[in-house]
Design a protein around this ligand. Sequence first.
Ligand SMILES: Cc1ncc(COP(=O)(O)O)c(C=O)c1O
Length: 387
Amino acid sequence: MSSLLQNYNRSKLSFKKGKGSFLFSTNGKKYLDFVQGIAVNSLGHANPKLINAINKQSKKIWHVSNAFTIPEGEVLAKKLTKISFADAVLFQNSGAEATEAAIKVARRYFFSKGKKNKNRILCIKNSFHGRTIAAINASGSKKMMEGFGPKIPGFDHFKFGDHKKMEKLITKNTAGIMVEPILGEGGIKVIPTSCLKELRKLCNKKNILLILDEVQCGIGRTGKLFAFEHSNVKPDIVPIAKGIGGGFPIGAVLMTNKIAKSMKPGSHGSTFAGNPLAMSVGNAVIDQIHNKKFLKNISKLSMYFIDELNKIKKKYPNIIKDIRGKGYLLGIQLFKDQTKFVNKLKDKRLLTIKANENVIRLLPPLNVKKSELKIALNIINEVCSKL
Ligand SMILES: Cc1ncc(COP(=O)(O)O)c(C=O)c1O
Protein backbone atom coordinates (compact mmCIF):
# COMPACT_ATOMS: atom_id res chain seq x y z
CA MET A 1 0.00 0.00 0.00
CA SER A 2 1.43 3.35 -1.07
CA SER A 3 2.17 5.99 1.52
CA LEU A 4 1.68 8.69 -1.09
CA LEU A 5 -1.42 10.82 -0.89
CA GLN A 6 -3.84 9.34 -3.38
CA ASN A 7 -4.51 12.56 -5.29
CA TYR A 8 -3.79 10.95 -8.65
CA ASN A 9 -5.36 8.06 -10.45
CA ARG A 10 -1.91 6.64 -11.15
CA SER A 11 -1.18 3.89 -13.63
CA LYS A 12 0.83 0.97 -12.20
CA LEU A 13 3.40 1.57 -14.93
CA SER A 14 6.76 2.82 -13.69
CA PHE A 15 10.02 3.47 -15.48
CA LYS A 16 13.67 2.85 -14.86
CA LYS A 17 15.15 5.06 -17.57
CA GLY A 18 14.40 7.23 -20.56
CA LYS A 19 16.24 8.12 -23.75
CA GLY A 20 15.01 10.78 -26.16
CA SER A 21 11.42 9.94 -27.14
CA PHE A 22 11.41 6.59 -25.33
CA LEU A 23 10.81 5.32 -21.82
CA PHE A 24 11.86 1.92 -20.48
CA SER A 25 9.56 0.42 -17.87
CA THR A 26 10.65 -1.39 -14.73
CA ASN A 27 9.10 -4.54 -16.19
CA GLY A 28 11.31 -4.39 -19.26
CA LYS A 29 9.09 -2.78 -21.91
CA LYS A 30 9.94 0.09 -24.26
CA TYR A 31 7.37 2.86 -24.74
CA LEU A 32 7.20 5.76 -27.16
CA ASP A 33 6.56 8.64 -24.79
CA PHE A 34 4.21 11.27 -26.23
CA VAL A 35 3.41 12.59 -22.76
CA GLN A 36 6.93 13.72 -21.85
CA GLY A 37 5.87 14.72 -18.36
CA ILE A 38 2.96 16.66 -19.92
CA ALA A 39 4.93 18.93 -22.24
CA VAL A 40 7.79 19.22 -19.77
CA ASN A 41 10.69 17.25 -21.28
CA SER A 42 10.96 19.56 -24.26
CA LEU A 43 14.19 17.94 -25.39
CA GLY A 44 13.28 14.37 -24.52
CA HIS A 45 14.66 12.12 -21.81
CA ALA A 46 18.32 12.17 -20.83
CA ASN A 47 19.31 14.92 -23.23
CA PRO A 48 23.15 14.90 -23.25
CA LYS A 49 23.47 18.71 -23.23
CA LEU A 50 21.13 19.01 -20.25
CA ILE A 51 22.92 16.21 -18.42
CA ASN A 52 26.18 18.00 -19.03
CA ALA A 53 24.78 21.34 -17.82
CA ILE A 54 23.36 19.91 -14.59
CA ASN A 55 26.44 17.76 -13.91
CA LYS A 56 28.75 20.72 -14.34
CA GLN A 57 26.64 23.01 -12.18
CA SER A 58 26.07 20.37 -9.49
CA LYS A 59 29.80 20.26 -8.80
CA LYS A 60 29.96 24.04 -8.39
CA ILE A 61 26.95 25.39 -6.55
CA TRP A 62 23.34 24.20 -6.19
CA HIS A 63 21.59 26.88 -4.29
CA VAL A 64 22.16 30.33 -2.92
CA SER A 65 19.60 32.75 -1.58
CA ASN A 66 18.08 35.36 -3.81
CA ALA A 67 19.63 37.77 -1.34
CA PHE A 68 22.73 37.35 -3.52
CA THR A 69 23.35 37.80 -7.23
CA ILE A 70 22.93 34.57 -9.17
CA PRO A 71 24.95 34.93 -12.40
CA GLU A 72 23.28 31.92 -14.10
CA GLY A 73 19.87 33.57 -13.57
CA GLU A 74 21.14 36.92 -14.82
CA VAL A 75 22.26 35.19 -18.01
CA LEU A 76 18.96 33.33 -18.55
CA ALA A 77 16.88 36.44 -17.87
CA LYS A 78 19.01 38.42 -20.33
CA LYS A 79 18.48 35.74 -22.99
CA LEU A 80 14.72 35.63 -22.42
CA THR A 81 14.35 39.40 -22.66
CA LYS A 82 16.55 39.53 -25.74
CA ILE A 83 14.40 37.02 -27.60
CA SER A 84 10.95 38.14 -26.46
CA PHE A 85 8.68 41.13 -25.85
CA ALA A 86 9.78 41.20 -22.20
CA ASP A 87 12.04 43.60 -20.37
CA ALA A 88 12.15 41.73 -17.06
CA VAL A 89 11.89 38.15 -15.81
CA LEU A 90 10.73 36.86 -12.45
CA PHE A 91 11.78 33.27 -11.86
CA GLN A 92 9.50 30.82 -10.06
CA ASN A 93 9.45 27.04 -9.53
CA SER A 94 6.30 25.90 -11.30
CA GLY A 95 3.49 26.88 -13.60
CA ALA A 96 0.99 27.66 -10.87
CA GLU A 97 3.47 29.90 -9.11
CA ALA A 98 4.10 31.65 -12.41
CA THR A 99 0.40 32.30 -13.05
CA GLU A 100 -0.05 33.45 -9.43
CA ALA A 101 2.86 35.83 -9.79
CA ALA A 102 1.43 37.03 -13.12
CA ILE A 103 -1.80 37.95 -11.32
CA LYS A 104 0.17 39.65 -8.58
CA VAL A 105 2.23 41.81 -10.94
CA ALA A 106 -0.90 42.80 -12.91
CA ARG A 107 -2.61 43.97 -9.72
CA ARG A 108 0.51 45.64 -8.45
CA TYR A 109 0.85 47.63 -11.66
CA PHE A 110 -2.52 49.33 -11.19
CA PHE A 111 -1.93 49.63 -7.44
CA SER A 112 1.24 51.59 -8.18
CA LYS A 113 -0.81 53.89 -10.39
CA GLY A 114 -3.18 54.61 -7.49
CA LYS A 115 -5.92 52.39 -8.98
CA LYS A 116 -6.32 50.09 -6.01
CA ASN A 117 -9.67 48.70 -7.11
CA LYS A 118 -8.53 47.84 -10.61
CA ASN A 119 -7.67 44.30 -9.59
CA ARG A 120 -10.11 41.89 -11.25
CA ILE A 121 -8.83 39.19 -13.59
CA LEU A 122 -10.99 37.97 -16.45
CA CYS A 123 -10.44 34.36 -17.53
CA ILE A 124 -11.97 31.61 -19.66
CA LYS A 125 -14.27 29.26 -17.80
CA ASN A 126 -12.79 25.77 -17.43
CA SER A 127 -9.34 26.85 -18.50
CA PHE A 128 -6.31 25.71 -16.54
CA HIS A 129 -3.86 27.95 -14.73
CA GLY A 130 -2.69 25.60 -11.97
CA ARG A 131 -3.78 24.27 -8.59
CA THR A 132 -3.03 26.98 -6.04
CA ILE A 133 -6.00 28.75 -4.49
CA ALA A 134 -5.68 31.75 -6.83
CA ALA A 135 -5.03 29.54 -9.85
CA ILE A 136 -8.11 27.34 -9.31
CA ASN A 137 -10.21 30.46 -8.85
CA ALA A 138 -8.75 31.82 -12.09
CA SER A 139 -9.46 28.54 -13.90
CA GLY A 140 -13.14 28.77 -13.05
CA SER A 141 -13.65 25.04 -12.91
CA LYS A 142 -16.26 23.74 -10.48
CA LYS A 143 -14.46 20.40 -10.31
CA MET A 144 -11.13 21.92 -9.35
CA MET A 145 -12.78 24.20 -6.78
CA GLU A 146 -14.73 21.41 -5.07
CA GLY A 147 -13.96 21.40 -1.36
CA PHE A 148 -11.54 24.29 -1.62
CA GLY A 149 -13.89 27.16 -0.98
CA PRO A 150 -14.62 29.85 -0.23
CA LYS A 151 -14.45 31.19 -3.74
CA ILE A 152 -12.06 34.11 -3.63
CA PRO A 153 -13.11 37.43 -5.09
CA GLY A 154 -11.41 39.10 -8.01
CA PHE A 155 -12.06 36.67 -10.87
CA ASP A 156 -14.64 36.77 -13.67
CA HIS A 157 -15.28 34.14 -16.31
CA PHE A 158 -16.65 33.82 -19.81
CA LYS A 159 -17.09 30.74 -21.96
CA PHE A 160 -14.50 30.03 -24.65
CA GLY A 161 -15.53 32.05 -27.70
CA ASP A 162 -18.25 34.06 -25.96
CA HIS A 163 -16.92 37.48 -26.92
CA LYS A 164 -20.14 39.27 -25.99
CA LYS A 165 -20.06 37.97 -22.42
CA MET A 166 -16.38 38.80 -22.19
CA GLU A 167 -16.94 42.43 -23.16
CA LYS A 168 -19.89 42.63 -20.79
CA LEU A 169 -17.74 41.49 -17.88
CA ILE A 170 -15.13 44.19 -18.44
CA THR A 171 -15.51 46.99 -15.91
CA LYS A 172 -13.31 49.81 -14.71
CA ASN A 173 -12.04 47.34 -12.10
CA THR A 174 -10.69 44.83 -14.63
CA ALA A 175 -6.90 44.71 -14.36
CA GLY A 176 -6.09 41.84 -16.68
CA ILE A 177 -7.40 39.26 -19.08
CA MET A 178 -5.56 35.97 -18.64
CA VAL A 179 -5.94 33.28 -21.29
CA GLU A 180 -3.96 30.36 -22.66
CA PRO A 181 -3.35 30.95 -26.41
CA ILE A 182 -4.00 27.22 -26.72
CA LEU A 183 -6.05 25.67 -23.92
CA GLY A 184 -4.05 22.58 -22.96
CA GLU A 185 -5.94 20.74 -20.23
CA GLY A 186 -9.12 22.30 -21.61
CA GLY A 187 -8.84 20.12 -24.73
CA ILE A 188 -6.20 21.66 -27.05
CA LYS A 189 -8.46 24.52 -28.07
CA VAL A 190 -6.67 27.14 -30.12
CA ILE A 191 -7.71 30.77 -29.72
CA PRO A 192 -7.89 31.98 -33.33
CA THR A 193 -5.38 34.60 -34.46
CA SER A 194 -8.15 37.11 -35.17
CA CYS A 195 -9.47 36.75 -31.60
CA LEU A 196 -6.07 37.25 -30.01
CA LYS A 197 -5.54 40.34 -32.15
CA GLU A 198 -8.96 41.71 -31.16
CA LEU A 199 -8.22 40.90 -27.53
CA ARG A 200 -5.05 42.94 -27.72
CA LYS A 201 -6.94 45.87 -29.23
CA LEU A 202 -9.64 45.63 -26.57
CA CYS A 203 -7.05 45.56 -23.78
CA ASN A 204 -5.41 48.68 -25.21
CA LYS A 205 -8.74 50.45 -25.51
CA LYS A 206 -9.85 49.61 -21.97
CA ASN A 207 -6.44 49.93 -20.28
CA ILE A 208 -6.30 46.25 -19.32
CA LEU A 209 -3.21 44.05 -19.22
CA LEU A 210 -3.05 41.06 -21.53
CA ILE A 211 -1.70 38.03 -19.70
CA LEU A 212 -0.99 35.05 -21.93
CA ASP A 213 -0.44 31.82 -20.02
CA GLU A 214 2.23 29.99 -22.02
CA VAL A 215 3.01 27.42 -19.33
CA GLN A 216 2.01 24.56 -21.64
CA CYS A 217 2.13 26.10 -25.12
CA GLY A 218 5.33 28.14 -24.79
CA ILE A 219 9.05 27.48 -25.31
CA GLY A 220 8.95 26.07 -28.81
CA ARG A 221 6.03 23.66 -28.33
CA THR A 222 4.05 25.12 -31.26
CA GLY A 223 7.02 25.71 -33.56
CA LYS A 224 7.53 29.29 -32.39
CA LEU A 225 9.25 30.21 -29.17
CA PHE A 226 5.88 31.48 -27.88
CA ALA A 227 2.47 30.45 -29.18
CA PHE A 228 1.34 34.10 -29.30
CA GLU A 229 3.94 34.76 -32.00
CA HIS A 230 1.65 32.97 -34.47
CA SER A 231 -0.79 35.87 -34.00
CA ASN A 232 1.79 38.62 -33.93
CA VAL A 233 0.36 40.14 -30.75
CA LYS A 234 2.45 41.64 -27.98
CA PRO A 235 1.31 40.61 -24.51
CA ASP A 236 2.08 42.49 -21.28
CA ILE A 237 2.71 39.52 -19.01
CA VAL A 238 3.53 35.89 -19.86
CA PRO A 239 3.86 33.11 -17.30
CA ILE A 240 5.94 30.15 -18.52
CA ALA A 241 7.12 26.88 -16.92
CA LYS A 242 7.15 23.23 -18.12
CA GLY A 243 9.33 23.32 -21.28
CA ILE A 244 11.81 25.91 -20.05
CA GLY A 245 13.21 23.43 -17.49
CA GLY A 246 13.29 20.42 -19.83
CA GLY A 247 12.38 18.30 -16.77
CA PHE A 248 13.83 20.48 -14.04
CA PRO A 249 11.15 22.49 -12.18
CA ILE A 250 11.34 26.09 -13.39
CA GLY A 251 8.66 28.72 -13.73
CA ALA A 252 8.97 32.34 -14.80
CA VAL A 253 6.97 35.44 -15.51
CA LEU A 254 8.00 37.63 -18.41
CA MET A 255 6.80 41.22 -18.36
CA THR A 256 7.30 44.62 -19.91
CA ASN A 257 9.19 47.38 -18.21
CA LYS A 258 6.17 49.43 -17.17
CA ILE A 259 4.88 46.47 -15.14
CA ALA A 260 8.28 45.49 -13.80
CA LYS A 261 8.72 49.00 -12.40
CA SER A 262 5.74 48.54 -10.06
CA MET A 263 7.43 45.68 -8.22
CA LYS A 264 9.81 46.74 -5.47
CA PRO A 265 12.30 44.80 -3.32
CA GLY A 266 10.18 42.74 -0.95
CA SER A 267 6.98 42.79 -3.01
CA HIS A 268 7.46 39.16 -4.13
CA GLY A 269 9.95 36.37 -3.48
CA SER A 270 10.59 32.65 -3.38
CA THR A 271 13.33 30.69 -1.61
CA PHE A 272 14.13 28.28 -4.41
CA ALA A 273 13.19 30.28 -7.48
CA GLY A 274 15.97 30.87 -9.97
CA ASN A 275 18.62 28.88 -8.12
CA PRO A 276 21.89 28.14 -9.94
CA LEU A 277 21.03 24.49 -10.62
CA ALA A 278 17.68 25.40 -12.22
CA MET A 279 19.14 28.30 -14.14
CA SER A 280 22.00 26.30 -15.63
CA VAL A 281 19.46 23.80 -16.99
CA GLY A 282 17.19 26.61 -18.24
CA ASN A 283 20.12 28.16 -20.11
CA ALA A 284 20.96 24.85 -21.77
CA VAL A 285 17.29 24.37 -22.79
CA ILE A 286 16.94 27.84 -24.30
CA ASP A 287 20.26 27.54 -26.14
CA GLN A 288 18.94 24.45 -27.93
CA ILE A 289 15.38 25.58 -28.57
CA HIS A 290 15.93 29.20 -29.53
CA ASN A 291 17.46 28.26 -32.83
CA LYS A 292 15.83 29.10 -36.15
CA LYS A 293 16.60 25.72 -37.69
CA PHE A 294 15.33 23.83 -34.66
CA LEU A 295 12.04 25.77 -34.55
CA LYS A 296 11.56 25.52 -38.32
CA ASN A 297 12.00 21.79 -38.11
CA ILE A 298 9.26 21.58 -35.46
CA SER A 299 6.87 23.44 -37.80
CA LYS A 300 7.81 21.29 -40.78
CA LEU A 301 7.71 17.88 -39.12
CA SER A 302 4.60 18.66 -37.08
CA MET A 303 2.80 19.65 -40.31
CA TYR A 304 3.60 16.21 -41.69
CA PHE A 305 2.31 14.63 -38.45
CA ILE A 306 -0.89 16.70 -38.47
CA ASP A 307 -1.52 15.86 -42.14
CA GLU A 308 -1.12 12.16 -41.42
CA LEU A 309 -3.39 12.39 -38.36
CA ASN A 310 -6.02 14.05 -40.54
CA LYS A 311 -5.73 11.18 -43.02
CA ILE A 312 -6.47 8.75 -40.17
CA LYS A 313 -9.41 10.95 -39.14
CA LYS A 314 -10.75 10.78 -42.68
CA LYS A 315 -10.42 7.00 -42.65
CA TYR A 316 -12.28 6.70 -39.36
CA PRO A 317 -14.86 9.50 -39.41
CA ASN A 318 -17.01 7.74 -36.82
CA ILE A 319 -14.21 7.52 -34.28
CA ILE A 320 -12.22 10.75 -34.66
CA LYS A 321 -14.09 14.01 -34.48
CA ASP A 322 -11.23 16.48 -34.77
CA ILE A 323 -7.46 16.91 -34.91
CA ARG A 324 -6.56 19.98 -32.90
CA GLY A 325 -3.59 22.10 -31.98
CA LYS A 326 -0.33 23.45 -33.33
CA GLY A 327 3.19 22.08 -33.57
CA TYR A 328 3.57 19.39 -30.96
CA LEU A 329 0.69 20.51 -28.76
CA LEU A 330 -1.82 18.27 -30.46
CA GLY A 331 -5.09 16.60 -29.65
CA ILE A 332 -7.14 13.85 -31.20
CA GLN A 333 -10.73 14.51 -30.26
CA LEU A 334 -12.93 11.42 -30.22
CA PHE A 335 -16.70 11.24 -30.39
CA LYS A 336 -16.70 9.10 -27.24
CA ASP A 337 -14.82 9.01 -23.96
CA GLN A 338 -11.16 8.51 -24.81
CA THR A 339 -10.07 6.33 -21.85
CA LYS A 340 -10.32 3.03 -23.71
CA PHE A 341 -8.41 4.45 -26.70
CA VAL A 342 -5.62 5.81 -24.47
CA ASN A 343 -5.30 2.39 -22.79
CA LYS A 344 -5.16 0.61 -26.14
CA LEU A 345 -2.41 2.99 -27.30
CA LYS A 346 -0.55 2.21 -24.07
CA ASP A 347 -0.93 -1.55 -24.68
CA LYS A 348 0.76 -0.96 -28.04
CA ARG A 349 3.50 1.01 -26.27
CA LEU A 350 2.47 4.56 -27.13
CA LEU A 351 1.99 6.83 -24.12
CA THR A 352 -0.51 9.70 -24.45
CA ILE A 353 -2.56 11.70 -21.98
CA LYS A 354 -6.16 12.80 -21.75
CA ALA A 355 -7.52 16.35 -21.86
CA ASN A 356 -11.08 17.70 -21.61
CA GLU A 357 -13.67 17.19 -24.36
CA ASN A 358 -12.67 13.56 -25.13
CA VAL A 359 -9.26 14.69 -26.33
CA ILE A 360 -6.12 12.54 -26.41
CA ARG A 361 -3.10 14.78 -26.11
CA LEU A 362 0.01 14.06 -28.17
CA LEU A 363 3.04 15.83 -26.73
CA PRO A 364 6.21 14.44 -28.29
CA PRO A 365 9.55 15.99 -27.41
CA LEU A 366 10.40 18.91 -29.70
CA ASN A 367 13.34 16.97 -31.16
CA VAL A 368 11.22 13.91 -32.02
CA LYS A 369 12.34 12.06 -35.16
CA LYS A 370 10.15 11.47 -38.23
CA SER A 371 10.62 7.73 -37.77
CA GLU A 372 9.18 8.05 -34.25
CA LEU A 373 6.18 10.03 -35.51
CA LYS A 374 5.62 7.20 -38.01
CA ILE A 375 5.61 4.62 -35.19
CA ALA A 376 2.95 6.67 -33.37
CA LEU A 377 0.86 7.03 -36.55
CA ASN A 378 0.95 3.28 -37.16
CA ILE A 379 -0.17 2.57 -33.60
CA ILE A 380 -3.01 5.16 -33.75
CA ASN A 381 -4.12 3.71 -37.09
CA GLU A 382 -4.03 0.17 -35.71
CA VAL A 383 -6.05 1.08 -32.63
CA CYS A 384 -8.66 2.80 -34.82
CA SER A 385 -8.87 -0.24 -37.10
CA LYS A 386 -9.60 -2.56 -34.18
CA LEU A 387 -12.04 -0.39 -32.26
C1 LIG B 1 -1.60 26.56 -19.07
C2 LIG B 1 -1.13 26.07 -17.72
N1 LIG B 1 -0.97 26.97 -16.73
C3 LIG B 1 -0.54 26.58 -15.52
C4 LIG B 1 -0.27 25.26 -15.23
C5 LIG B 1 0.20 24.85 -13.87
O1 LIG B 1 1.51 24.41 -13.91
P1 LIG B 1 2.11 23.53 -12.73
O2 LIG B 1 1.44 22.20 -12.79
O3 LIG B 1 3.58 23.48 -13.03
O4 LIG B 1 1.82 24.25 -11.47
C6 LIG B 1 -0.43 24.30 -16.24
C7 LIG B 1 -0.18 22.88 -15.98
O5 LIG B 1 -0.56 21.99 -16.69
C8 LIG B 1 -0.89 24.71 -17.52
O6 LIG B 1 -1.07 23.84 -18.52
